[in-house]
Design a protein around this ligand. Structure first.
Ligand SMILES: *Cc1c(COP(=O)(O)O)cnc(C)c1O
Length: 473
């Protein structure tokens, strides 16, 4: 063992090795050094661990250590935030980046950020401008709202609106709508941080207009309606409609706000997906302020839209908090481009990935399932079983909790490789492929895949099944 440890090359010796010298030409020295040290440490550890055991190596092949260092370096060079393949069929997948941007949005981000821009500059007047002007016109055109702005995300939109309209005052909200979204956005907590005072009314399953009416007093600042995005109470229920609440607000001269959550500009109900109003239909209910996300059903970048009358929007925009929550120029560029695509609704459903994934015909999902199944079968891997089944995709993102999307999944199982093992090998590959497991099979839902990703999945399947560990078991 001591002999083997003595044989271990030094870091300096390795730095002179041809392949390492080659790496140094194209990689940062600090990372090459870290990779060498890690490879040496791991070798030292394995010598110590196998001390006294039979079958112990008598020599240390330097090339083996170099190869290991190369592998470690490749991993160190990989960005932490990177693309992956979402084969889960969850369209607005919060953990996987929610909405994919359209090509138009990506191009606009690049064009605007490669150069100086008129972010806060009025070109025709030659003086300082406001950043919200870039999206206010298009948002108004698409939704019928008098005024509009966008902030960092919908959580920021809600915080900013509550703080502007109801700081130090009571906000009346139904008990059934005190929701938690994604574990970190809880209506009562955001309310508290905004400085507003929560005034719950009604019961979890039933709230009547008279419950709101009875709770109104001289310190009431706002009536709030929150979309219960990720769950639905069914059965013996009663909720007050936004239009009823808007009517009560008008009568009592109290502003009414609706946190719409997802907010769709496309009428998904007409595609048989869910039963939610569009943003324009929501505006028609007559509430004073409306908020929703940019990267859920809208299919754009992370952002929070705020729609409403000019009076409220002016107050919201001049709140000092607005500066802290403002949208950046990359987002603004992507948002303006995405909203512009909605001017031609038919084109929007094809060109905005979130909309296309939701509305593509089942025949298209079937075509992609056939392509993937044929590709995997074409690998002719022994022990592999491939089939296509009916299943359901999910909208995700807390959108349309009851909207189920019929899909066709490719199900794969292997004689010796468990579904869990297959799932983890796909996930740890490059690019990572994220799948679902059901009844001992790995499922690929083609709803969230394009043809080039299907090719990459087939390649990845080939690699993970060639791994000798598959055959040993
Ligand atoms: C998703 C959601 C939010 C939070 O929106 P983000 O854009 O994720 O900040 C707030 N309210 C409702 C009802 C939601 O569904």
């Amino acid at each position: 063992m001591k002999e083997l440890l003595r044989q271990l090359p030094s870091v300096d010796e390795l730095l002179k090795h041809d392949r390492i010298r080659h790496l140094l030409e194209t990689h940062p020295r600090v990372l090459v050094l870290e990779a060498i040290r890690k490879a040496l440490d791991s070798r030292r550890k394995s010598i110590l661990e196998s001390a006294g055991k039979s079958g112990q190596d008598r020599e240390i092949p330097v090339s083996g250590i170099v190869s290991h260092a190369e592998e470690i370096l490749a991993r160190l060079m990989e960005p932490s935030l990177r693309p992956l393949i979402n084969a889960t069929g969850v369209v607005v997948h919060t953990n996987l980046g929610r909405s994919i941007l359209s090509e138009a949005a990506i191009e606009r981000i690049i064009a605007v950020n490669r150069s100086y821009s008129n972010l806060e500059y009025d070109i025709s007047a030659g003086e300082r401008g406001k950043r919200h002007t870039h999206i206010e016109g298009i948002l108004s055109r698409l939704t019928g709202s008098e005024a509009a702005t966008a902030v960092n995300n919908n959580a920021a939109a809600v915080l900013l609106c509550l703080n502007t309209l109801a700081r130090g005052k009571e906000v009346i909200v139904s008990r059934g709508e005190l929701v938690e979204i994604g574990g970190s956005f809880r209506v009562p907590e955001v309310m508290e941080r905004s400085g507003a005072i929560l005034r719950e009314v009604g019961a979890t399953n039933k709230t009547h207009l008279k419950d709101y009416e009875k709770a109104i007093n001289e310190n009431t600042g706002l009536l709030l309606k929150v979309h219960t995005s990720n769950y639905k109470i069914v059965g013996f229920t009663k909720e007050v409609t936004p239009a009823e609440l808007a009517g009560l607000g008008k009568k009592k001269n109290i502003p009414v706000m609706w946190d719409l959550g997802s907010g769709s500009l496309l009428d998904l109900a007409s595609y048989g997906i869910g039963d939610e109003p569009t943003v324009r239909q929501a505006m028609d209910a007559g509430v004073d302020v409306l908020t929703f996300s940019g990267d859920k059903l809208l299919g754009g970048p992370q952002a929070g839209m705020i729609l409403g009358g000019k009076k409220h929007l002016d107050a919201i925009r001049s709140n000092p908090l607005a500066r802290a929550l403002r949208i950046d120029k990359m987002t603004l560029a992507a948002l303006e481009a995405t909203l512009g695509q909605y001017l031609d609704m038919e084109k929007a459903t094809r060109d905005i990935p979130t909309l296309w994934m939701l509305t593509q015909p089942l025949a298209e999902v079937q075509r992609k399932a056939d392509l993937l199944a044929a590709g995997i079968n074409g690998l002719s891997m022994p022990g592999l079983a491939v089939s296509i089944h009916d299943d359901l995709s999910q909208t995700g993102g807390g959108a349309l909790p009851t909207g189920k999307l019929p899909t066709r999944v490719v199900a794969v199982s292997h004689k010796t490789l468990s579904a869990n093992e297959m799932e983890s090998r796909l996930r740890l590959g490059s690019p990572a492929v994220i799948t679902r497991i059901k009844e001992g099979m790995v499922l690929f839902d083609p709803r969230t895949l394009n043809d080039s990703e299907i090719g990459k999945i087939v390649e990845s399947m080939g690699k993970i099944l060639q791994d000798p560990a598959t055959l040993v078991r």
